[in-house]
Design a protein around this ligand. Structure first.
Ligand SMILES: CC(=O)N[C@H]1[C@@H](OP(=O)(O)OP(=O)(O)OC[C@H]2O[C@@H](n3ccc(=O)[nH]c3=O)[C@H](O)[C@@H]2O)O[C@H](CO)[C@@H](O)[C@@H]1O
Ligand SMILES: C=C(OP(=O)(O)O)C(=O)O
Length: 436
């Protein structure tokens, strides 16, 4: 499907029913990259059929790995015993951040790798590579500007190291673990990220035979081993997708129930949804959301203070969920402030919301205020290359009676398999302008 695929949304239908969510792209992709560290076979279940996954699998095929993929059933077998990487010939997948996590396994296996210029992913503002470069250098790698990116090489095995990150970066933490797993000795990372996907990735690494202490905390201690083995692994449900479907039910006046085996990750997400009148319950492995008496922003007890949603590295509310809350904000009676403490360019899309008639004021690059509950009308809007913004625009469109168009919505397919099919099963009338 091309990047210019648009979504036609006939909104105004309440979405209700049950959803089996897919796995979290941000757990699946580092885990796929990690498989290249071992020469033993790895079998993965619950792999989502999303474009980022297909790009990584194509890369593996290009370097001679054995890839057995049944994407319809979510089963992928990988065997990297005869893989050969040549930095002059091979290019890493573009337009996705996760490419950068191929670097440590390529270094460990072949002594050379690349960082592509286009390793930026969603256009959320600056996507730094400096923390990655520093981390790789700590392990003894050399990085120099090269053709269309940077050349990375190491003269011998990576060396164990201690490092304290400037900030809790998700992919830099994962890259540290990928480097440390086979580096001789004990490596320690302070100010590590600990998002659910980072935890799931670390659990997978342990299944391969890595020794990691501190999973789920901001300090990881990794004891390097000589070699990693093979394993079988099944992915957990994606908390982004669980939250998205619950919010889609709520914004359209329906009630959606989503399978969710990790409700322990949800207390802050639930409290944030409750600020808009969305009440979530978790029972027997399923989460359910309902709205009583319409979406409404809860007044804070503190006088003269706006209700607010603050997004930052875990255990804060994840920044990737912020657009979903902003969609609820424009629909709910009352005002709320949305604060993205991570990215400096993630809020510019709020001007698209005004095309529906919504009033959202961008107060600075990190903060926006919604003045919700206004009458909205269907519209044609343009999504930036940001997965979760395409979804937020779709949420608003689905809540308005009439025909809206979300242009350039294809980024949704980077993270959410069968997204439109799932919505249609809940009662939505939505279609792509182009079939995949
Ligand atoms: C493939 C993958 O897993 N992508 C996720 C990963 O990207 P990624 O690992 O690229 O994101 P980082 O955690 O490195 O943060 C992104 C950017 O935010 C800024 N920053 C971040 C934290 C901070 O305390 N201070 C700060 O300045 C930096 O400019 C940084 O480059 O984590 C992001 C933050 O959860 C998510 O949006 C992405 O979906
Ligand atoms: C921002 C995202 O992905 P990436 O880091 O690949 O751009 C995302 O998953 O929302």
């Amino acid at each position: 499907m091309s990047a210019s695929s648009h979504l036609i949304v006939h909104g105004g239908m309440p979405l209700s029913g049950r959803i089996e969510p897919s796995a979290n792209k941000n757990a699946v992709l580092p885990i796929l990259c990690a498989t290249l560290l071992t020469r033993q076979p790895v079998h993965l279940r619950g792999v989502p059929d999303i474009t980022d996954v297909r790009k990584i699998l194509q890369f593996f095929e290009s370097i001679g790995s054995e890839v057995h993929a049944d994407m319809a059933r979510g089963i992928v077998g990988l065997y990297h015993r005869h893989s050969v990487f040549d930095a002059r010939r091979h290019r890493l997948p573009l337009e996705m951040r996760s490419s950068i996590m191929l670097v440590p396994p390529l270094l460990a296996r072949f002594g050379e790798a690349r960082i592509e210029d286009e390793v930026k992913g969603c256009t959320l503002g600056v996507r730094e590579i400096d923390p990655h470069v520093e981390t790789l250098r700590h392990f003894g790698a050399h990085i120099e500007p090269g053709e269309d990116g940077f050349a990375v090489r190491c003269d011998g095995p990576l060396r164990a190291t201690e490092h304290w990150l400037d900030y809790a970066s998700v992919t830099t933490t994962e890259n540290f673990v990928l480097c440390a797993a086979l580096a001789g000795g004990r490596s320690v990372l302070t100010n590590a990220a600990c998002e659910p996907h980072v935890q799931e990735f670390c659990e997978f690494m342990c299944r391969l035979g890595a020794h990691i202490e501190g999973i789920g905390t901001s300090r990881l201690v990794i004891e390097g081993v000589d070699a990693l083995g093979g394993t079988e692994f099944r992915f957990a449900e994606d908390f982004h997708e669980v939250t998205t479907f619950l919010a889609l039910g709520a914004i359209t006046g329906g009630e959606v129930t989503v399978r969710n085996s990790r409700p322990e990750h949800f207390p802050l997400i639930d409290r944030s949804l409750a600020k808009f009148g969305v009440h979530v319950t978790h029972r027997d492995g399923w989460s359910h959301a309902r709205v009583q008496g319409g979406l409404k922003v809860a007044e804070p007890f503190t006088r003269n203070m706006l209700q607010k949603i603050e997004a930052a590295p875990w255990p804060y509310l994840p920044v990737d969920l912020l657009p979903i809350f902003m969609a609820l904000g424009v629909r709910a009676e009352g005002s709320a402030m949305f604060w993205n403490k991570v990215y400096d360019g993630a809020m510019g899309w709020t001007s698209e919301l005004s095309k529906f008639g919504a009033h959202v004021f961008l107060s600075d690059p990190h903060r926006a205020i919604s003045f919700g509950g206004r009458p909205l009308a269907p519209a044609q809007v343009d999504s930036p290359y940001i997965i979760r913004v395409a979804i937020a625009l779709l949420m608003v469109a689905a809540s308005i009676e009439g025909r809206s168009v979300i242009r350039h919505a294809a980024p949704i397919r980077r993270a959410h398999p069968r997204f439109v099919e799932n919505l249609c099963a809940l009662g939505a009338r939505i279609e792509w302008t182009e079939r995949p």
